[in-house]
Design a protein around this ligand. Structure first.
Ligand code: AMP
Ligand code: ZN
Length: 114
């Protein structure tokens, strides 16, 4: 656990959070400031900030996060209507929380990126 990391604290139970899903490797919470009608965060238990530097031993955790995203899309009934998965990395992306996480956005048309 990283000190002063909100996602480590939620995952570790130090800060209360409404965990919507939990696997061995990750957990899912609703974004506190949703940017779409459905906005979930898929968060690995382990603290990493960037994809860069991840050792191959972590790759199964990334797979688990995408599997969780698929389950969440099904649970929320958006598998067919569609959803967007986003990982922000670094300053120009606007990354706010320095604990790697996958956004799942859905529930409305989002248009093209760019
Ligand atoms: P990012 O910009 O990719 O780092 O995204 C961080 C996201 O975490 C933002 O969308 C925030 O609204 C969200 N967030 C920050 N603190 C919390 C929290 N305590 N619980 C749920 N979501 C949070
Ligand atoms: Zn953390």
């Amino acid at each position: 656990m990283a000190r002063d990391c909100i996602f480590c604290k939620i995952g570790g139970g130090e800060v209360p959070g409404d965990l919507l899903y939990r696997s061995d490797q990750c957990f899912v919470i609703a974004d506190i400031a949703p940017k779409a009608p459905i906005h979930l965060l898929i968060v690995p238990n382990q603290h990493f900030t960037y994809l860069t530097g991840l050792s191959p031993s972590f790759y199964p955790v990334l797979g688990d996060m995408f599997a969780a995203a698929r389950v969440m899309a099904e649970t929320h009934g958006v598998t067919n209507s569609g959803y967007r998965l986003v990982i922000n990395q670094g300053t120009n992306s606007g990354q706010q929380v320095a604990h790697l996480h996958l956004h799942l956005l859905a529930g409305q048309p989002m248009g093209a990126m760019g």
